[in-house]
Design a protein around this ligand. Structure first.
Ligand code: DGL
Length: 259
């Protein structure tokens, strides 16, 4: 079991931002990454559809013997992780927008959150936001169209710039000092966002926290791979393999699979 892989899934290529954090913290773990790009974006789907896709992805990874599953997608976590935990014995690590650190540290009492419709409308997101946003303004913005552009390999295009400009406008007007990235695709936009935001605005995401939590759970359950050999890291996509390969800087073998 210790030498079994960690399973990671996302609606597409965004969860590779989480894979990279996990690889840095846990360099000896084998992993299998599943990009369900043919069904991206999840963010505009119903809760039931997101649960059904998350179940399908989980079964794919369990059939390949994964010892732990990282739901590297805020939309899938906020809508489906409860069902997954009820249905399967394997430990699940999820990702949620980092509202708490932003709310606790804001000096301007205004924080921005950019996420999908599916995340912003979920019960889990509302619970967290209500808990931490009593005396502050939370400017919520749906990142409509962003995932589609990233999945098409357009992380740096003028179309992306135009969308972000529009989405940041109300946040800048509200004088935010934290921007929370609530979607695992969005860390790839940090270079562009940093140029567009006033310099005092800090951009935060939950990637490192997810990697730390993955490590902690593997330790607790005595599932850490103690074999210090170069691990096997497999990538599967049912969408455009070239875009996944490019976001991974051509460092891994990427496989197309019709699932
Ligand atoms: N990476 C997913 C997330 O974190 C994107 C969701 C989508 O496909 O809309 O929410």
């Amino acid at each position: 079991m210790k030498e079994s892989p960690i399973g990671i899934f996302d609606s597409g290529i965004g969860g590779t931002s989480i894979f990279k954090e996990i690889r840095t913290l846990l360099p000896y773990e084998h992993s299998i990454y599943l990009a369900d790009s043919a069904n991206a974006p999840y963010g505009i789907k119903s809760r039931e559809a997101i649960i059904a896709l998350s179940v399908k992805n989980t079964e794919f990874l369990l059939e390949r013997d994964c010892k732990l599953i990282v739901v590297a997608c805020n939309t899938a976590t906020t809508n489906a992780i409860k069902t997954l935990r009820e249905r399967y014995d394997v430990p699940f690590i999820g990702i949620e927008p980092a509202i708490k650190p932003a709310a606790l540290n804001t000096a301007t009492k205004a924080v921005g959150i950019l996420a999908t419709k599916g995340t912003l409308s979920s019960e889990l997101f509302h619970q967290t936001t209500d808990l931490y946003s009593k005396d502050i303004a939370v400017i919520e913005q749906e990142g409509q169209g962003i995932v589609e552009l990233i999945e098409a390999g357009e992380t740096n295009s003028s179309a992306m710039e135009a969308l972000l400009k529009e989405y940041l406008k109300p946040m800048i007007a509200a004088n935010i000092d934290y921007l929370v990235l609530g979607c695992t695709h969005y860390p790839y936009l940090i270079p562009m966002l940093s140029q567009m935001l006033p310099s005092h605005v800090k951009i935060i995401d939950s990637g490192q926290a997810v990697a730390k939590q993955t490590k902690a759970v593997l330790e607790q359950r005595q599932l850490l791979n103690i074999n210090n050999e170069t691990p096997k890291q497999l990538f599967y996509s049912n969408g455009n393999v070239k875009v996944l390969d490019a976001i991974l800087e051509h460092r891994y073998a990427v496989n197309y699979l019709n699932f």
